[in-house]
Design a binder for this molecule. Structure first.
Ligand SMILES: NC(=O)c1ccc[n+]([C@@H]2O[C@H](COP(=O)([O-])OP(=O)(O)OC[C@H]3O[C@@H](n4cnc5c(N)ncnc54)[C@H](OP(=O)(O)O)[C@@H]3O)[C@@H](O)[C@H]2O)c1
Length: 313
């Protein structure tokens, strides 16, 4: 299995990871079954996915706790854990990047994850006051103390990423990017590639829109789904354009005897701007199916064709 190096760090990962906001993320999604969370994590590790993306805010620590429970049954050195923090519960969930808060957030995440190091730690959102390079220096201190291995930021603008990376210490960035959300991050991806910073897109399946389970007539159904609510300002016209693109992907998927989701995930894995793709999942069946994307090799013609199908975005 191909291994991807994260930024300037010595962290290596499979190109397909797992997003875990539906693992214990009761504050974000309704009707989540925690047992499904445990099962889907174990399925991911069984399928050879070794990168787990979590955050304090997924269940206010619950996602990290469940991952910590599952980790006890595995060789820690074989699993890459990425987590994030910024929401300060003691101040009404205000965004906080101060040194005191970041140090406390890392220590608390270590306890919940039941481990003595975190492979990748992201500042989840920028706060208003802390200079970005200072926030990164705090993480660098924590890295030198051996508590984290790589430094990341998420939801930072390009200007904020540049300020954070003033001393070249940012290893990885996580931001929204998908086949239907490309233009807003075009410049950012160029900067990251030029500066040896890895990129992880969130919402790679556009919260379910790109899985092949929706068709042209399903706009209302999608709009009212968890995913539709998350994508917020997505218009009906954009939805129709996306469904036309998905129809094109259905043909490519059929040639590989693959699903639409597997083919979409294969496109990310073939995209040189992307380091790790972290589709979320609701249950172990979705994880098992998505893991098979690692076996779908798109030709460069197929890769370009998918690019063209979504060139409006
Ligand atoms: N840094 C940040 O600020 C940030 C923000 C958002 C997310 N994230 C991270 O990024 C990860 C990915 O984003 P996401 O999970 O929100 O969205 P996503 O990966 O775009 O979509 C995942 C959703 O698609 C559906 N799905 C997945 N596989 C499927 C399959 N094979 N067949 C049918 N449906 C399938 C599931 O939802 P349903 O079954 O409910 O449709 C699943 O929860 C998150 O889990 C989280 O770790 C980070």
């Amino acid at each position: 299995m191909k291994q991807i190096k994260i930024g300037k760090s010595d962290v290596y990962t499979t190109p397909l990871g797992l997003g875990t906001n539906k693992v214990g993320g009761h504050n974000l999604f309704q009707n989540l079954d925690e047992q499904d969370g445990y099962d889907l994590l174990r399925e991911a590790l069984k399928q050879g996915i070794n990168f787990l993306d979590t955050a304090y805010v997924y269940g206010l620590g619950r996602s990290e706790e469940i991952i910590g429970d599952v980790l006890q049954d595995y060789d820690r050195s074989k699993v890459i854990i990425a987590t994030k923090a910024a929401q300060d519960q003691s101040h009404d969930m205000a965004i906080n990047n101060s040194p005191e808060f970041i140090k406390k957030a890392v220590d608390e995440a270590l306890l919940r994850l039941k481990t003595d190091y975190i492979d990748i730690f992201y500042i989840h959102f920028p706060d208003k006051d802390t200079p970005k390079d200072e926030a990164i220096e705090t993480l660098d201190e924590i890295r030198k103390a051996g508590k984290i291995r790589a430094i990341g930021v998420s939801n930072f603008s390009l200007a904020q990423i540049k300020e954070a990376n003033k001393n070249g210490k940012v290893d990885i960035v996580e931001d929204q990017f998908s086949l239907v959300h490309q233009a807003p991050v075009k410049e950012e991806l160029k900067y990251l590639q030029e500066n040896n910073i890895s990129f992880v897109p969130f919402f790679p399946l556009a919260s379910g829109l790109l899985t092949g389970k929706y068709y042209l007539k399903d706009w209302e159904k999608f709009k009212n789904s968890d995913g539709g609510k998350l994508l917020g300002d997505f218009s009906e016209k954009q939805y129709d354009d996306a469904m036309k693109g998905i129809d094109g992907i259905r043909k490519i998927a059929a040639d590989h005897q693959a699903t639409v989701t597997q083919t979409v995930l294969a496109w990310y894995m073939a995209n040189p701007a992307i380091s790790v793709v972290i589709p979320g999942a609701r249950n172990a069946d979705q994880v098992k199916s998505n893991a098979a994307a690692m076996k779908v090799d798109l030709t460069s013609d197929e890769y370009q064709k998918i690019d063209q199908l979504f060139s409006n975005f």
